[in-house]
Design a protein around this ligand. Sequence first.
Ligand code: ADP
Ligand code: MG
Length: 499
Amino acid sequence: MSFAVNSPPAVRHFPLSRSSVCRTPRVTMVARSTTGVSVSTAAALPILTKLQNDCATPLPVLRHVADAMATDMRAGLAVDGGSDLKMILSYVDSLPTGDERGLFYALDLGGTNFRVLRTQLGGKEERVIDTEFEQVSIPQEIMFGTSEELFDFIASALANFVKKEGGKFVLPNERSREMGFTFSFPVKQTSIDSGILIKWTKGFAVSGTPGKDIVACLNEAMGKQGLNMRVSALVNDTVATLAGARYWDDDVMVAVILGTGTNACYVESVNAIPKLQGHKSSSGKTIVNTEWGAFSKGLPLTEFDREMDAESINPGEQLFEKTISGMYLGEIVRRVLVRMAEASSLFGKDIPDRLRTPFTLGTPNISSMQQDTSDDLEAVGSILYEVTGMDSNLDTRKMVVEVCDTIAKRGGRLAGAGIVGILQKMEEDSKGIVFGKRTVVAMDGGLYEHHPQYKRYLKDAVKELLGPEISSNVVIEHSKDGSGIGAALLAATNSIYEH
Ligand code: ADP
Ligand code: MG
């Protein structure tokens, strides 16, 4: 998520308090039916079975999704508005090579915090000589204030950070500092260093910015601070991730974010983009931001997905994102559990109010429950107690874990199919470009990083789709924090100075 045009989430998960996690819940005694399943959970079984059928992702489903992704990519490249996928041009035509030298800054704005970073690059021999960063939280009143107040706030934090420059960080005489700006809100990019804000999302309601060039807004505020700094690259977080990973590895061709939301970008040939008219790229390549969260074809959706979508702030939109990304997996599980609780006495006679509250069950909860290997599923019991306030028996816990696994498995496997769709499209255009050699997909985001089963399901799906031979060349690799340094690297590759 984040990127140029997107529909990022509006709801955040609130971390559960530690104290109640530590509480050891009671395992309640259970009456058994003749099937061995407790009476309390038996009535929920058909719901689980139907869920598993509806969420199934056998090879033909994955193949259909991968093919449709490739077709939609083509349609989006042909003409603006040609498909669900916006296929936004990033204006990033050259990626880091490792030869970059000098001091570069990055600013990452995409949520309630922003990060400022500086890095001193020393070319192929010395690589990253040093990096420093600071995280600053944005006060509520700034998120609801005026554009001028927001950019003044950012520029002033930047100015403070710049004041501490020293040590290994050296700016050559008579040069301006250069910065890569990762901006994770919907933007209509107009060049590598300009873009118009379409709208604020993710809880920002700053007046006066939509319709304006955000780089100009930032430059003006930096000017007021007397800051000797210019933005040389405006990018979204997938593009920054690709750049950060490519710095270390020439075979990186695709970057995927799986965090609160999801997005992917890849290296495309300029001559494979019909809608790109008059754009010159010396490398013949450019990075395309797919905005794949909006993909919608052939997804195995359930009644729970449809209800969640209908009640969301963007019904009918971002369906792929709603099926595979971190903001939604926990919420889908919660909806299934409510249905099960209505049909059975899964959580006792009454359905706990807290279970009925949207987004109370976070994807980190899902992941934690799936990691529980204890005999009585104690951690599952603790999390359920915390979320619903109810004690649970072992059968209930087992059933809940099954639901979590079903939703995580579908998400991971569909994400894998999406990745194969991108690779497939690249390969169809230019035989051997990805499947004939080692190709790296750089991954980032909290969901991919912290959910081991999800990650395994994703990789399994890629392997199943590509077969053992081709998949042995495709490396899916976590690129931690690549996006921060990636933006600084893109400032370097787009520097106005020779280096
Ligand atoms: P963002 O996508 O907001 O930029 P991150 O990449 O850090 O931020 O991803 C945060 C998201 O990752 C959370 O909203 C959550 O959905 C997911 N996440 C975080 N921790 C875990 C976890 N332990 N298991 C599964 N998902 C997680
Ligand atoms: Mg992020």
